[in-house]
Unconditional design. Structure first.
Length: 326
């Protein structure tokens, strides 16, 4: 290995059960991976210790690679948080932290710049800098998984809004009489098209007596059907799975139509676990946009799969360290 020192950032992804960290180079290549459990329900200090454990592992790997120049530590944490101060407010998945000054605590330990933002914002920034949205001036990023997180990016910067709470596109309601979302609102796109909602619609069809391979996958118990099973059923040509996905495509087209009318971004990028199942339908979502958008040129906006999959949090953390993103 050559002895040229590389500038590297440490990206840290904090979830309710695990912390992942990695070294990321200036092109967004993730060079190392480490994960350890997150102690989310004990003291604030033990939560912090879970995080520093992951950071330590990344620092050790940097030393082994001879890359001593760490430019910063970027941390993705569940919201709500204040990205300008790096204070984690009161995330439901991290009960250990209430008004916890995460950025300041980590900076005190390591004496290098620390940035904190929510996972969707950070992942969106990574896509804008290094991924599918690179080279576009404005972008809308959505991650479809257990929930739906989004980010709005202008000129390679996250649009944070007045207090850092902007970009909660997953909680745009598209049906004011729809199902109640975990956030308390009715008819959020998250309550209609995230993984659990896809599973819920499949279960409802099976409970009405439809025959489907999903039932066998769930051991004959409709209540055991998961979103992942719907994806497997879809690949196997199961009619119930196909119907659920067709409905999901329509719901997402309605939502993206609203996004286009509000923001008219140059590109829309979709990541997250559920997006893999929907990737073959991106063209269909785009073809349906004219029914849900008044923008005459809505179909010209590319709808692209994200570059980063499971590692979007590590890449996103590192992206937060690259220059002035606020």
């Amino acid at each position: 290995m050559s002895n040229t020192r590389k500038d590297l950032a440490i990206g840290v992804d904090i979830g309710g059960t695990k912390v992942a960290a990695g070294l990321v180079d200036p092109n967004g290549e993730i060079l190392t991976h480490h994960r350890n459990p997150m102690v989310a329900d004990a003291s604030a200090a033990s939560g912090l210790e879970s995080v520093t454990q992951a950071i330590e592992a990344a620092r050790l790997q940097a030393n082994q690679m001879g890359a001593h120049n760490l430019t910063g530590i970027g941390i993705c944490a569940p919201g709500p948080l204040d990205p300008s101060t790096g204070v984690v407010l009161n995330p439901p998945n991290l009960p250990c932290w209430r008004n916890f000054p995460l950025a300041a605590e980590v900076a005190r330990l390591y004496r290098i710049p620390v940035q904190v933002d929510n996972d969707a914002n950070a992942a969106g920034l990574a896509e804008a800098l290094w991924g599918a949205a690179r080279g576009y001036r404005s972008a809308f990023y959505a991650t479809l998984g257990t929930g739906i997180g989004t980010a709005i990016l202008f000129d390679g910067k996250i649009y944070h809004g007045r207090t850092g709470a902007a970009g909660e596109g997953g909680h745009m309601s598209i049906d004011y009489q729809g199902p109640r979302c975990a956030c308390g609102k009715l008819g959020c796109i998250e309550a209609l098209a995230a993984g659990p909602a896809i599973a819920r619609r499949a279960r409802a069809k099976l409970e009405s007596g439809r025959t489907s391979s999903l039932l066998e996958m769930a051991g004959g118990r409709p209540e055991e059907v998961t979103g992942e099973m719907v994806g497997r059923g879809l690949n196997a040509g199961d009619p119930v799975a196909r119907e659920v996905i067709t409905e999901t495509v329509e719901l997402l087209a309605c939502w993206f139509g609203n996004i286009v009318d509000l923001l008219e971004p140059e590109v829309m990028v979709v990541g997250g676990g559920v997006s893999a199942m929907l990737k073959p339908y991106f063209g269909e979502i785009r073809d349906r946009l004219p029914a849900w958008s008044i923008n005459q040129r809505c179909r010209e906006i590319p709808l692209l799969p994200a570059r980063y999959g499971e590692d979007s949090g590590i890449a996103g953390g590192a992206a937060l360290c690259s220059g002035d993103h606020h």
